[in-house]
Design a binder for this molecule. Structure first.
Ligand SMILES: [Zn+2]
Length: 475
């Protein structure tokens, strides 16, 4: 029986041209311009989380530089140079994984090879992955070549931890920060791939995979691969949710709806259900925050905004929810949820914190604020109505009793500025209530000098902030 070889989806659908790269338009645009204008920097540094295309982009860039018959700035993918780079066989493009090769001896071959001209390409290119792992000695060995590279040499560094790359290195590179890929971009790419592979997948299943991948295309493709292996050529949302411990889109949206309606019972029931179904509660908190952040964006910029991270189905629900609620309240709910996400890192009882925060958020959604009431009052007044101040609805627990009048117990020691044992006579006088009411008179020059020359008094003056010479006259 003939067995067809399965190529893993991340490999099969790895981007081959700049056009294929998803979600990194800002980087791609700059690289294209550089190639067009033939202004190629000596070294590039790609920083970003794993699985978003740093290595892929490095290879496309290398191909674009060395391709013998490019289409504009895009590598052809067919010439010997392109094929050899794709296959990792090119003599002129060297890749080093610094995670496992981080010593001076590992970079020496690069330094030596850089001295020779490329064999069959315009450039000799060195791609160093996870470059933050290189030892200081290895960096130092490389620094000379990096500072004054031969004209045919180019470096591409990639790392997940840009902070760990030495400043002397960063300053010699053109730095690019690659971002997490937006959920809807991942969904479109997955949809494209499923069509090509003739796999029937629910849209919400693709969304669940994209949500689970948290901005990493490689993870999304691996998960899709795994799900297809598990369920065959029909993947449902339920299957995808099970893999990541996520709640479904509709459940998440219903929970957000319950918060906006102030439905405490609905909130608590939903949390109970998610918790007993073993859903990932921290992820739930993060996704709720994302939902409300989308609401803020939608209310401010409209449903067409590019800042909106949502699929068309999500946008429909968001638009519906945005209608009935004041933007200021949504913003405050967002604030509460952001605060919760931070606190979740330190608490043991995740569920309780989520419950309490969501109830607080639901109160924000439904309790009138002072600003809103004042606005209503002003509106009524402008219509010429006789308006009495309304009951602001301050709850009993929020009412603060006025502080008791400050009465000094004569039995207690005095903490007046000049008090203490250092200057008994001065302290006694300052402690007398009458002393405070007595207007202070200017001190004569002679008396002043006499006071200032008194060591004991000087000690008081310099040690007690606020002590004044006028307080101690008549001594
Ligand atoms: Zn080519």
């Amino acid at each position: 029986m003939a067995q067809s070889l399965h190529t893993a989806l991340p490999l099969k659908y790895r981007p081959m041209t700049f056009d294929d790269v998803v979600g990194q338009e800002h980087v791609v645009k700059t690289l294209r311009h550089a190639i067009e204008a033939k202004r190629i920097a000596n070294a590039y540094l790609f920083i970003g989380p794993r699985g978003i295309g740093k290595t892929t982009l490095s290879r496309i860039f290398a191909k674009a530089l060395n391709c013998t018959s490019p289409n504009g700035v895009e590598p052809c993918g067919m010439c010997t140079n392109c094929m050899e780079i794709s296959g990792g066989r090119s003599l002129d493009v060297t890749e080093l994984d610094a995670a496992s090769h981080n010593k001076v001896d590992d970079v020496k071959p690069i330094i030596d090879a850089a001295q020779f001209k490329p064999s069959s390409s315009p450039y000799k290119i060195f791609i160093i992955d996870e470059c933050h792992m290189l030892s200081n000695a290895a960096w130092n060995a490389l620094l000379k070549t990096l500072e004054e590279p031969p004209p045919h040499v180019r470096f591409v560094f990639a790392t997940t931890e840009g902070d760990k790359v030495l400043a002397t290195i960063v300053s010699r590179c053109q730095r690019f920060d690659l971002r997490r890929i937006q959920t809807n971009d991942i969904v479109s790419r997955l949809k494209y791939i499923c069509d090509r592979e003739r796999i029937s997948v629910e849209n919400d299943a693709l969304l669940a995979i994209a949500r689970g991948a948290e901005g990493g295309m490689r993870d999304a493709l691996s998960s899709l691969d795994q799900l297809i292996a598990f369920t065959g050529d029909k993947v449902t949302e339920e299957d995808a949710l099970g893999v990541f411990g996520l709640v479904s889109r509709s459940q998440l949206e219903n929970l957000a709806g319950a918060i906006l309606k102030g439905d405490v019972a609905g909130i608590l029931t939903a949390i109970e259900k998610f918790d007993s179904a073993g859903k990932n509660m921290r992820r739930l908190a993060g996704e709720l925050l994302k939902h409300f952040r989308n609401l803020v964006v939608l209310q401010a910029l409209g449903s067409e905004s590019k800042s909106l991270e949502a699929t068309p189905e999500q946008v429909a629900t968001l638009s519906e929810q945005a209608k009935g609620v004041d933007p200021g309240r949504v913003f405050r709910i967002c604030d509460q949820l952001a605060d919760m996400e931070d606190r979740l890192r330190h608490v043991l009882s995740v569920r309780t914190l989520i419950e309490m925060t969501l109830i607080r958020a639901s109160r924000i959604a439904t309790t009138a604020t002072v600003e809103e009431l004042m606005k209503a009052v002003r509106a009524l007044k402008s219509e010429g109505n006789q308006v009495e101040l309304p009951d602001l609805g301050v709850q009993r627990d929020q009412r603060i009793a006025p502080p008791p009048p400050a009465v000094r117990d004569p039995a207690l020691p005095s903490y007046a500025p000049t008090g203490g044992d250092l200057a008994p006579s001065a302290a006694r006088e300052a402690a007398e209530p009458a002393a405070k009411e007595r207007p202070s008179k200017p001190v004569s020059e002679e008396r002043r000098n006499q006071i200032l020359n008194d060591d004991k008094i000087n000690a008081v003056l310099t040690s007690v902030p606020g002590a004044m010479i006028t307080d101690i006259k008549g001594r």
